[in-house]
Design a protein around this ligand. Sequence first.
Ligand SMILES: [Zn+2]
Ligand SMILES: [Zn+2]
Length: 534
Amino acid sequence: MKFSVTFLGGVGEIGGNCYLYETENSAIIVDCGLKFFQSEFIGIDFTIPDFRYLERVREKLKGVVITHGHEDHIGALPYFLKFFPLPIYAGSYAIRLIKHKIAQSKYRPKSFNTVADGETIILGDFQINFLEVNHSIPNSFFLIMDVDSKKYIHCGDFRVEKNPLIGKPFPFERLEEYKGDVEALFIDCTNVFNTSTEEEESNLLEKFVDIFKNSKGRVFFTTFSTNISRIKLVLEACKITGRKLLVEGNAFSKNINISRELSYLQIPENLIIPIEKIDYYEPEQLCIIITGCQGEPNSSLFKVAMMERKKLKINPSDTFVFSSTTIPGNEKNINRVINEIYLHNGNVIRGMHISGHATQNHILNVIHTVSPKWTIPIHGEIAHQRLLEKIIYEKKLSNPIFVRNGDKITFSNDEYCISPTPTGTIYIDQRGGFEYDDELFKEKKQLSRDGMIIVFYSKNRVILETFGFRLTDELDIKIKRYINDSMEKLKDITDEDFDLKSTISSLVRRYFKKNFEKRPIVKTITLEDYDEYI
Ligand SMILES: [Zn+2]
Ligand SMILES: [Zn+2]
């Protein structure tokens, strides 16, 4: 039986994880994530795979299997479900987050199926066993897929912890059972450049307690809202130092509630206070856990930094702790928030963070433990993939395979081959839910870079209207003359296919390209069109 995987997103990039696993008769989707878009591009919030390319496998799709509840693994589900309302299989934490996520959408999966550590499900030719691992969100899984008596392991995001604050220590013994018996291992390589040896979440507690003790005023603490271990540490630091906790931002409220329901957090009564009671406490008795660690505009932290929150105006005794890494693309937003805090004389502490992803040593430990025939680095940019490929090769741990988004690897008869498949990207503007495919996005980029020009044309008069740039009077005259001269030369053409508007548009396009290397969008409206309008 042939077994193949198509990379719809998540390789050569960090974000947008989506993988199609298939045999001749069955197919499953593993993860369905979004990728946050670089913030300097106005009007795009994130991208998702173009799911229309999955039509070819519609009949054999059995379900969506989710490794964990981070946005880069579940964020595209509302869009996916529009095309394929399949059953979803995920851990209890991810199921809660997905339900929240699709609450506003009219598209629903066929069913929600909660899976737990050690559980096995069967989807067509796929027998999938869930193995819980450590990560920066509870309930993260490796998927051990048994297909036609061969094993393939898809690692969701993971890190290796001996003493995790949530969940069990990393399950090396259970992975050991598969040693030498695995065809291919698909492994998270995001943090492969990190060569440190020991990193444990619990090491952060001492640092937080220090900050909480030594800060003269309020402590504003920001991190990823799904990082429940980190929230647990903040609660602990509050208890130790006698600070009350104020929760700012819906994402934190949502995740704290889910964690309480699922017993990941036990919070003593009266530790959390509502904002209405803030004035009952001295500044040094308060910690405010707040959304916006990536500087997201409209997040609570952003509003505080812009001095838009009456009860949370920054003063010189405030300390802002950033307990997070910078997701590529968010540097400008984060710097903007930090500069605003400094403008109002607040104090900033950065770097209080431990990655949710395995370090180089830990990645290699997992590969060594499983000893698969093939290893495919995923969840990384090209530099990460190439580095892991090189190390695996040098240490003779396995046979590494380098892939790009759009590649399809097919394994059969102890060999593999890679073929390209058509894929695409959809760009999402959340205001109004506008979606752009590759073609439209190209136009949007062109508009942003080179602007637009409308030519109003009649035999007696030419008017040029520009958007996004201005013509000097001299250039305006030159272009009009160029159009008139060119049309004069073309006036005797009697070809019935001759299209006046597209001829003028391409003349103007050519003029801009030749003279300025600029490619504005050009539209021509003739007097006849104009007559139709009025
Ligand atoms: Zn991820
Ligand atoms: Zn993750």
